[in-house]
Design a protein around this ligand. Structure first.
Ligand SMILES: Cc1cc2nc3c(=O)[nH]c(=O)nc-3n(C[C@H](O)[C@H](O)[C@H](O)COP(=O)(O)OP(=O)(O)OC[C@H]3O[C@@H](n4cnc5c(N)ncnc54)[C@H](O)[C@@H]3O)c2cc1C
Length: 411
């Protein structure tokens, strides 16, 4: 491959996965062009839990310092019964978690992470970020991927040795590949809705939250067919609430509307104080949760899908963004390791990432089953949690939060 071309990377999408990939490739000395369809980087979504497997990478890439001003390090994840508000279990995070997993567990507003990544990207002279540039066409020629993006004024062309599709769950790169190879698949509505609201700590809803949850922790309220996760963001000036119910598919996108009666019905039988919080916290924004399950994430000619574009997952393990961050760091590492053999880098990357992603998917499915359980299953869950010491609950997460690329890739 032409030496200059092989050192050029085009990334479609400036979400969490795309911006992390840009930084990781620039760290390896590549010239990176990021094409983002939005004119301005969207402040979408609400809170994010960032586990140590992700913050370790963000620290190495110089992002964590910039996030520190707004992020919070919660003391614990606390599971509560949504009907009785009784504490079922507590997983210690804070200093104990940082000592255990070697990096902090943080909660932050998604916009704060996006801003920290963007600032860091702006400091790297090898990264060119073009907003208002929607990738519409890719041409795969031997040793050269040509990308066309539509802009307000016309179009831009970019050519590279590697195209990274980090364009999210509704990825247009994936759609184009699916037209050529059936191994690339469409996203699928998983039957669940995510409901989100952010409340100011000083508001009536913020005070209602203080009556049922802890201001310094991540609290998950469990109920048959429903759960809600709440935690502080923006240095404690607000709380992020995310509730999950079954529901019908609504419009695609991150900011939708659904009938609030679905949420109230799912909360029947929960404690009045929790129902009061949910009523005060509205209006809620609903998101249909889509997943992507496909047999391939790469094309040996030089295309890799990462993050939600490759394997969008349900948020029940709070790992979607973290997996995109891991994907990005490991891809840049392996492409840099075998500069003359892109096919080998991509195959190795995909073979190493797949078992990890599948294990995280299984953990998410288990969490959903346990958290939405009812009747005898819920009783068994509560008993199991009551008898398992906090130390053991933390140890159960070592494989997930203690992940480090260097433990997987022998260099
Ligand atoms: C309710 C909920 C709670 C969650 N909580 C957590 C959590 O606590 N922790 C966690 O780790 N994860 C969490 N996730 C998952 C996480 O939000 C996603 O996995 C993550 O944001 C995906 O990042 P991404 O960069 O892959 O995709 P995106 O963030 O979707 O970014 C894709 C980017 O590509 C751009 N784009 C799209 N098409 C094109 C195109 N054709 N050309 C150019 N640009 C394009 C988009 O505009 C966008 O900027 C949660 C998800 C949900 C729904």
């Amino acid at each position: 491959m032409d030496e200059t071309r092989s050192r050029q990377i085009v990334i479609a999408g400036a979400g969490i996965a795309g911006l992390t990939a840009a930084l990781a490739f620039a760290e390896r000395g590549y010239a990176v062009t990021v094409l983002e369809q939005a004119r301005q980087l969207e402040v979408v979504g609400a809170g994010l839990q960032l586990s140590p497997n992700a913050t370790r990478i963000l620290r190495r890439l110089g992002v964590l310092d910039r996030l520190a001003a707004s992020a919070i390090r919660p003391e614990a994840v606390v599971l509560k019964d949504a009907a009785s508000l009784r504490e079922l279990a507590r997983v210690p995070l804070g200093r104990a978690g940082e000592d255990r997993w070697g990096a902090p567990y943080l909660v932050a507003h998604r916009a704060d992470l996006q801003a920290a990544l963007t600032v860091r990207v702006g400091e790297c002279r090898d990264i060119r970020l073009l907003t208002g540039a929607r990738v519409t066409d890719i041409t795969v020629a031997p040793q050269n991927i040509a990308v066309t993006a539509q802009t307000d004024g016309g179009s831009v062309e970019a050519a590279a040795g590697l195209l990274v599709g980090a364009d999210g769950v509704w990825s247009s790169i994936r759609a184009q590949l699916a037209g050529r190879e059936p191994a690339f698949a469409k996203s699928r509505f998983c039957g669940e809705l995510a409901w989100r609201a952010t409340v100011a700590a000083e508001s009536a809803a913020g005070k209602a939250f203080a009556a049922v949850g802890a201001g310094d922790s991540v609290t998950a309220f469990l109920h048959p067919g429903f759960h809600m996760v709440a935690y502080p963001v923006s240095k404690g000036s607000a709380f992020n609430l995310a509730a999950f119910t079954k529901g019908k598919r609504i419009a695609e996108g991150w900011s939708g509307h659904a009938d609030p009666a679905i949420l109230s019905r799912a909360m029947r039988g929960t404690a009045p104080a929790l129902a009061r919080l949910v009523a005060l916290a509205g209006p809620w924004t609903a998101f249909p949760i889509h997943t992507v399950e496909q047999r391939r994430w790469t094309m040996p000619q030089g295309i890799a899908l990462i993050g939600d574009a490759a394997h969008a997952m349900t948020p029940f393990a709070a790992q979607g963004a973290a997996m995109g961050i891991e994907d990005a760091a490991m891809l840049a590492g392996l492409v840099g390791d075998f500069p003359d053999d892109l096919r080998r880098s991509l195959t190795t990357w995909e073979n190493l990432r797949r078992p990890r992603i599948e294990k995280v998917l299984r953990r998410g499915a288990l969490n959903r089953l346990a958290w939405h359980a009812w009747g005898p299953v819920a009783i068994a869950r509560n008993l199991a949690l009551a008898t398992r010491p906090a130390e053991k609950l933390a140890a159960d997460l070592d494989w997930l939060y203690g992940w480090e690329e260097r433990k997987v890739v022998r260099r």
